[in-house]
Design a protein around this ligand. Structure first.
Ligand code: ZN
Length: 271
C-alpha cells in the first residue's frame, strides 16, 4: 500500500516533468476506480497546464487554472512518466498526454485509487476538510496530541493512525514509531504522558522524513520507460518481526491484532 512517503516521492518525481507543460488529452481506458473518473475531464483538461503538484495526506493535487485534479493511489496505484510509444499494460487505466510528447500514466491493478476533479478551494473538499495536520509541519506537535487525547480511551496506535488526528501514519510507521518511543500499541491514548508524546512526535517525523529521503534516491525511476516508481524498503525494527528477538534487549517480540492490523511490540522496551 503506498504510504505517505511513497506519495510524497511520487509528487516529487512527477512534478518537474509535468509543470507548465500543455495538456493535449486524457485517455481513460478504465473509469471504474473507487469512484468513477469524471468523463468531463476529456473536455476540461486539453489546453490546460498544471501549475503545481501538491499533496494533502495521501492525495496528490494537480492544480490548473480551472480546478484541481485529485489523484489517490489507493491500495496498489502508481504514477509514472513515460511516452506514447510505450505499450499500454492491462492495468494502465489512464494516460494524460502532454504536447511535449510525455505521458503521465496511472496504473492500478486493484482499482481502489481515485481520480477526481474539483473546482474551487481544495481545503473545503469533503475528502480533505476533516483531515488532521500534516506530520512534517509545525502544526503537528506533542502538546496538540496530548491535549486531543486526554479524554480518549482508544489505543494509542489507533489514535495516531486516525487521519482526523494526523495524516499519513500508516501501520508500519505506527509500529516503528511506538517502538522507538517506548509505548505499547494497546495503551490508552489518554494515559500517555506529554513527555512520551514529545518522543513519539519526533519519532514519527524522523521515520517519515527518512523514508522520503530514501525514496528520493530512486527518483530517476520516474523517467525510465520501463521502471516502476521507486518505492523502497526501510530497515524495520518491529514490523513483521513478531516472535523474533528485540533488537534492543533480545526479549521475544509479541504480536497482537488491533483493528484487523498487526501490531508488534517488545514487552520489555514498550510500556
Ligand atoms: Zn526490547
Amino acid at each position: 500500500v503506498p504510504e505517505l512517503p511513497e506519495v510524497e516521492t511520487t509528487r516529487r518525481g512527477i512534478e518537474p516533468h509535468i509543470i507548465g507543460k500543455k495538456i493535449r488529452s486524457i485517455e481513460i481506458r478504465q473509469p471504474k476506480l473507487r469512484w468513477p473518473i469524471p468523463k468531463s475531464l476529456i473536455d476540461i483538461l486539453p489546453g490546460l497546464t498544471f501549475k503545481e503538484v501538491q499533496r494533502r495526506g495521501k492525495y496528490l493535487l494537480l492544480e490548473c487554472a480551472k480546478g484541481t485534479l485529485f489523484i489517490h493511489l489507493g491500495m496498489s496505484g502508481s504514477l509514472r512518466i513515460t511516452d506514447q510509444k510505450k505499450a499500454v499494460g492491462k492495468h494502465d487505466h489512464v494516460d494524460i498526454l502532454f504536447s511535449s510528447g510525455i505521458v503521465l500514466r496511472y496504473t492500478d491493478p486493484r482499482r481502489f485509487g481515485s481520480i477526481l476533479w474539483h473546482e474551487g478551494d481544495v481545503s473545503e473538499h469533503p475528502l480533505l476538510a476533516s483531515l488532521g495536520p500534516e506530520p512534517l509541519t509545525e502544526d503537528f506537535h506533542a502538546a496538540y496530541l496530548y491535549t486531543l487525547s486526554r479524554t480518549r480511551t482508544q489505543a494509542i496506535k489507533q489514535f495516531i493512525m486516525d487521519s482526523k488526528v494526523v495524516v499519513g501514519v500508516g501501520n508500519i510507521y505506527a509500529n516503528e514509531a511506538l517502538f522507538t518511543a517506548g509505548i505499547r500499541p494497546a495503551r490508552a491514548a489518554g494515559k500517555v504522558s506529554l513527555k512520551r508524546y514529545q518522543l513519539l512526535v519526533q519519532t514519527i517525523k524522523d521515520v517519515l522524513a527518512e523514508a522520503i529521503a530514501v525514496g528520493g534516491t530512486t527518483l530517476r525511476d520516474f523517467t525510465s520507460s520501463d521502471g516502476s516508481p521507486g518505492y523502497f524498503k526501510q530497515s524495520l525494527q518491529v514490523y513483521g518481526r513478531g516472535g523474533l528477538p528485540c533488537a534492543a534487549c533480545d526479549t521475544t517480540l509479541e504480536e497482537i491484532r488491533q483493528g484487523q492490523r498487526s501490531s508488534v511490540y517488545c514487552p520489555k522496551c514498550q510500556r
